[in-house]
Design a protein around this ligand. Sequence first.
Ligand code: AMP
Ligand code: ZN
Length: 436
Amino acid sequence: MYWEKEIETIPRESLLELQLTRLKESLKKASASPFYGKVFKEMGFDPSQFHSIEDLQSIPFTTKEDLRRNRPYGFTAVPKKKLIRVHLSSEIIDDRALAVFHTADDIDQWADVMARSMAMTGMSDNDVFQNMLPYGLLTGGLGFHYGAEKIGALVIPAGVENSRRQIQLMQDFETTVIHISPIYALHLSVVFQEIGIDPRKHTHLKTAFIGAEPHSEKTRDKIEELFGIKVFNSYGLSEMNGPGVSFECPARMGMHVWEDHFFVEIIDPNTLKPVSDGQPGELVLTTLLRQGMPLLRYRTRDLTRVIPEPCKCGRTHKRIERISGRTDDMMIIKGVNIYPSQIEKKLANLPGTGPNFMIILEREGLNDHMIIKVEVQKEFFSGNLKQLENLRQKIIEALKTDIPITPKVKLVEPNTLAKIEGRFVRVIDNRKDLYF
Ligand code: AMP
Ligand code: ZN
């Protein structure tokens, strides 16, 4: 079940050597981008003087804010004619999403890690692979698609077709492997039930790849039970291509990060110092091969830990644990990343609102609801209900464009929303995991 056995099982010492060589190259490549060119110049750093992996500590972290400030082309390290594809991350900041650019080689390398990830679970050219994540600007669809084609599986690019159609495709073409979000998998099982088909008996399904949003071991167990399949966790983020950063092997005890493509650090999000293997912290990644847009010490904001013990499967690449949370206030709703600051900006543009607001997230069955309590100026509460309702509608309209669900908006009097130690409470997430 190896795609590239030599590299997947490479001894750690050789892997470290390879990483050092690739880090040097990556730093050189990065220095050609306007952003890193300037950073290196300001700090008097010469990539040719980079000699050991420890030297990486002197390079500053890169943040989402850096990407935002320097978009669209501030991080590209090759002439534009070398770029062949752009993908967007799923959050909108200042009305735009972050863009990540790829060269032809980058796309090929990405397909390699995807093929390696899927082959590791036993998928082969005998399989029929139904890819049920959106195709297009986001990374989940095309990322898996190219990897599955590389393996030689028969790919059904189903994308976001409706559920009955998905089931029909599964049955017609005898799908064996699916890529699906955890919440959609649970929803699809309900549709199976509605039409009276038992996916355990009347389909050829055997494997699912799930990811893109946090989910628990219990949710995985439930999906396995409902479909009678094996479920593998897939982790990635658009800034690092998308899927293919880290994937579960058959041992299913953590996800291997492909360390020949990504250099892994775990830092304490408060002190920003590295923690030792086994300790929890924020995942920081450096691209080792990407040419179009190398990223150095990128703070993912995702919390995890490295599992120090060697894996039973024989692969030597480090494993990380299931993502346990975030070090920022990003919410994932229907696969779309949303920050309270986006909502704050929208509200700030609407006269009458302020000073505070609060987002409450609830889950009812498989549906997420967002309730936003917005403080509005006192005069709106003078009895003119129509005026109040107009403002409420304006707020809903303004917010709807960035959020995949229509929020419920409640208007409240100024200075009535809770504060903790003088600070606004922006988000209360009451969404329980689907299955605890
Ligand atoms: P995007 O860049 O829009 O693909 O979103 C990437 C983010 O989605 C990551 O930084 C994580 O917070 C989250 N994410 C992706 N895959 C997983 C996963 N398997 N488990 C938990 N969170 C995930
Ligand atoms: Zn393993």
